[in-house]
Design a protein around this ligand. Structure first.
Ligand code: T46
Length: 131
């Protein structure tokens, strides 16, 4: 379900240790119908990404490999930290939510997004976000 709060989604996982696993993002478990999926990788550990919010985009981040530390901040100042380190866990990020992300060297971040890419949907100025 869509929300104005970030929250963790536990995806279904099928399998066992001797054969491996498959995780599923079925439409019933998703808060929106995805329009775009992309992934980031090889982010150096000393680089902090994000530093932006979106006017309308909603996203689900998944650490399909490695570990991602995501700090979210809402306009009311509420801050949360999430550690993503399981490929069967997603983090829903609502619209109007500032975020920064730090990555382990082996992290692969998959992002399931509610809309196509649009640079005009970004708020990259923190003071503008707070207005
Ligand atoms: C987010 C976090 C979690 C494109 O040209 N097309 C695209 O679809 C995307 C996603 C990016 N770009 C370009 C725009 C920038 O020049 O790639 C460059 C880096 O994108 P961005 O500043 O969004 O990178 P991150 O890693 O800070 O943020 C990414 C997502 O793009 C963003 O929406 O919320 O991951």
């Amino acid at each position: 379900m869509s929300s104005n709060q970030p929250y963790v989604i536990n995806f279904n996982s099928i399998g066992k240790s001797d054969i491996g696993y498959i995780s599923l993002a079925e439409k019933e478990t998703l808060p929106f119908v995805p329009k775009r999926i992309y992934w980031t990788y090889f982010t150096p550990e000393d680089v902090i990404r994000g530093h932006h919010s979106h006017y309308n985009l909603e996203q689900i981040l998944v650490a399909v490999a490695g570990r991602i530390i995501v700090t979210t901040e809402l306009k009311n100042g509420e801050k949360k930290e999430f550690i993503l380190e399981s490929p069967k866990v997603g983090l829903y990020i609502p619209k109007m939510c500032w975020r920064i992300m730090k990555y382990s060297h082996n992290a692969v971040q998959m992002c399931i997004a509610s809309n196509e890419y649009d640079e005009k949907d970004y708020i990259r100025d923190y003071n503008e976000f707070l207005k």
